[in-house]
Write a protein that binds this ligand. Structure first.
Ligand code: MN
Length: 723
């Protein structure tokens, strides 16, 4: 328990000539005013102001701030007025206590407005006298430390507000230590189960690896010493909230958690920091992309440090932060360290870069009346890892950096996401793959024919969107597999003259289902469609020996998928006779053309992929001959297929133009073109719209006939392989 004497000792340790009388007077005043009051914990109320004052002394603030800490609740919770404080303690203390009190006094109805207003008050207080905010942060910190005594509903509200307002402000002021503690405490109350699991997992890992922290710490210290670099080494487990946030960002679970140790080296000079980094990279392998130089490029809150992550001998990664003593003090205490015994007034501090941000805020708040607008513009600065975007109506959506229009679409509604084809950002049409920026006004464009595809999963930045896309894909895949499985079994049954529908109607399949551990017939179809179970093995069970011996024409199963009709244009409209449409698609690796030999392959859940018989992927795919299906072109209506051609030619003027006009003369469209030069050669990659194999041969021959063309080759895109 904190006693008043502890506070006096603490202040004396950094300011021997402090005004003890002021603190005595404030203590007695507060004790008298709060007499008889108790906290939810059952303790005397005075415990709270004492703790707040002690936290402020820990920040090494001036005695006025400490007195305000002792008195911060007297206007709100006792009969004391601002005037009485003025008479007793003077203007400074009275103004500050009044400022602290005002921050928590709400005149607004909606939760959102209330939060915005708290934000605004905090910031206004910051620019008028920063000490108000420091006292408020200390007040919140102690309230969070003792949150367990409040009812659960209150706990959640306070923890949420802390995480959304107080921790970001502490962070923006560079007060790393308070920020982390506020975050961890909020985390514990907002997500108790996750907090518990994570703490347990980290502790288990630590106990398994013995005194890992100590061993690495000693090893680091030894390495520095033997290289004559001065520096103190500290080791710790990263804060629970920071580990958890990162796990969520990277979507990893506890089993994959390795990055939880952090070490800090505090050196006398900047030179030692860089020297230390070099030595560490000689000793341990650095993780690429994790080296950060915040000394050369400080964070907006003036944090400076070198960061790297290296891998210990047993594969255990750990982060190392290297910084000078001064940088360390600023990293822990932020603005409070800068400010020290100076008066808290901002304007006075001239060109101190620390106050630039605050001064900017003063200017903003003059122009902005609506607190929500103010908070929205402010959030941009307080949360640098987030992007704030707007609907045309002015609603704000926050996303992690890296978000795309699809994230925005899924945020509006799942169906809007599923049908999103693009977006207008700030009035301009943009493709789906566009990074959203702060302040973008986003209008989602949809089409009823659009559906999610696999590439979307990697495109989106929010787990909500990713989850919705995966869910859709899985449902769709299941549906297609069931349909395909049903058709395959029915065709196979026909071949053996087994009356499948009758078997189904008579529930004759129950034995088979339970044998495979399957509860529904659809699941059996799905397994057949996925290729896990072969249709023949199911059907044969119901065939008589005679039927087994003489299955009608072995080609029936093949005939089933014999006909592929390329309708209208594009692979999306392909149909297979005997199967529903949607069941086949042209493999993207080879985009087969009507007329050329083709092979069908039952994919895992996506239907039948139609490959060109020459496709290099086919060889690899056909390791499983059961999944091969013979197919052939049936009808060759007018339609267009995309073909990639690579043309190698002399690098001389006009040659490409001649190639293009040759193609145009054959009434062939060029969809895409790309060319590059080197070694005296030019290579062009063209995507052409081709009707059939004959057409392609004609185009290829004509191009090859252009003077200077050395080679024309059809390209197969291996990256698009489907299995
Ligand atoms: Mn309080």
């Amino acid at each position: 328990m904190i006693r008043f004497e502890d506070i006096l000792d603490k202040v004396e340790s950094y300011k021997p000539d402090f005004d003890e009388e002021l603190l005595q007077k404030a203590y007695i005043f507060s004790a008298r005013e709060h007499r008889g009051q108790v906290r939810s914990s059952g303790e005397p109320y005075l415990i709270h102001p004492l703790n707040v004052a002690y936290i402020l002394a820990d920040m090494r603030l001036d005695e006025t701030s400490i007195a305000v800490g002792l008195l911060h609740d007297v206007i709100e919770d006792t009969l004391t007025t601002k005037e009485i404080l003025q008479e007793t303690f003077g203007d400074d203390v009275a103004e500050l206590v009044d400022g602290v009190t005002k921050i928590s006094r709400y005149a607004y109805v909606s939760k959102e407005e209330q939060q915005a207003e708290t934000f605004r008050k905090m910031l206004l207080a910051m620019v008028s006298d920063l000490r108000v905010v420091l006292v408020k942060l200390a007040d919140r910190l102690h309230n969070m430390r003792t949150l367990e005594f409040l009812p659960e509903e209150k706990q959640l509200a306070v923890a949420k507000e802390t995480l959304e307002i107080y921790a970001p402000i502490a962070n923006r002021l560079g007060m790393g230590r308070i920020k982390s503690e506020l975050e961890d405490l909020s985390f514990r109350y907002l997500h108790p189960r996750e907090f518990e699991e994570l703490s347990k997992a980290v502790n288990e890992k630590l106990s398994v690896s013995g005194d890992l922290v100590d061993r690495i710490r000693k090893s680091l210290a030894g390495t520095l010493a033997s290289n004559e670099i001065e520096g103190d080494v500290f080791g710790r487990v990263k804060s629970m909230y920071s580990i958890w946030s990162k796990m969520r960002r990277q979507e990893i679970d506890i089993g994959q958690l390795y990055d939880y140790l952090a070490f800090r080296i505090v050196t006398p000079s900047v030179k030692d920091c860089y020297a230390g980094l070099g030595i560490i990279h000689q000793m341990w392998r650095p993780v690429p992309g994790r080296i950060k130089d915040y000394i050369a490029m400080p964070k907006p809150n003036f944090y400076q440090s070198l960061h790297t992550t290296v891998v210990a001998d047993k594969g255990q990664p750990f982060e190392v932060q290297i910084r000078t003593r001064e940088m360390d003090l600023i990293a822990e205490q932020g603005i409070a360290a800068h400010w020290k015994y100076k008066e808290g007034r901002v304007g006075a501090s001239g060109d101190d870069a620390n106050f630039l941000w605050l001064r900017q805020l003063v200017e903003w708040q003059h122009d902005i009346k609506d607190p929500r607008v103010f908070m929205n513009s402010l959030k941009i600065d307080l949360y640098p890892d987030e992007v704030y975007t707007f609907t045309p109506r002015g609603d704000v959506f926050a996303f992690p950096r890296g978000a795309m229009p699809l994230d925005f679409a899924y945020r509006i509604h799942t169906d809007v996401g599923h049908h999103c084809v693009g977006a207008r950002v700030n009035g301009k049409l943009v493709p789906l793959r566009t990074l959203l920026k702060n302040g973008d006004i986003v209008e989602v464009l949809t089409s009823t024919t659009q559906t999610p595809n696999r590439e979307w999963v990697n495109m989106v930045a929010t787990s909500r969107a990713r989850h919705k896309i995966r869910h859709w894909l899985n449902t769709e895949q299941k549906y297609r597999s069931v349909e395909l499985g049903r058709k395959l079994i029915e065709k196979e049954a026909k071949r053996y003259k087994v009356q499948w529908r009758k078997l189904v109607a008579e529930n004759a399949l129950d034995g088979v289902l339970s044998e495979y551990g399957i509860s529904k017939l659809d699941d059996l179809y799905a397994d057949v469609g996925y290729g896990k179970i072969s249709a023949r093995s199911i059907v044969e069970r119901f065939a008589t020996d005679e039927q087994k011996e003489k299955p009608t024409d072995a080609g029936v199963i093949q005939q089933a998928v014999r006909k592929i009709f390329p309708f209208t244009s594009g692979p999306a409209a392909i149909k297979v006779k005997g199967y529903d449409d949607l069941m086949t698609y042209l493999a993207k690796c080879c985009n087969p053309l009507p007329g050329e030999p083709i092979i069908g392959y039952i994919t895992r859940g996506k239907g039948v992929a139609i490959h060109s018989a020459n496709c290099p992927n086919v060889k690899n795919l056909m390791f499983n001959p059961d999944r091969e299906i013979a197919v052939e072109w049936a009808d060759q209506r007018q339609s267009q297929f995309q073909v990639d051609l690579e043309i190698v030619m002399d690098d001389r003027q006009g040659i490409l133009a001649r190639v293009i006009s040759t193609i145009a003369n054959l009434k062939t469209n060029i969809r895409q073109m790309d060319s590059r030069t080197g070694d005296g050669k030019a290579t062009a990659e063209l995507v052409l719209e081709i009707a059939d194999l004959k057409h392609l041969e004609k185009v290829t021959r004509s191009i090859a006939g252009v003077d200077g063309v050395m080679q024309v080759e059809r390209k197969y895109n291996i990256r698009h392989a489907t299995a």
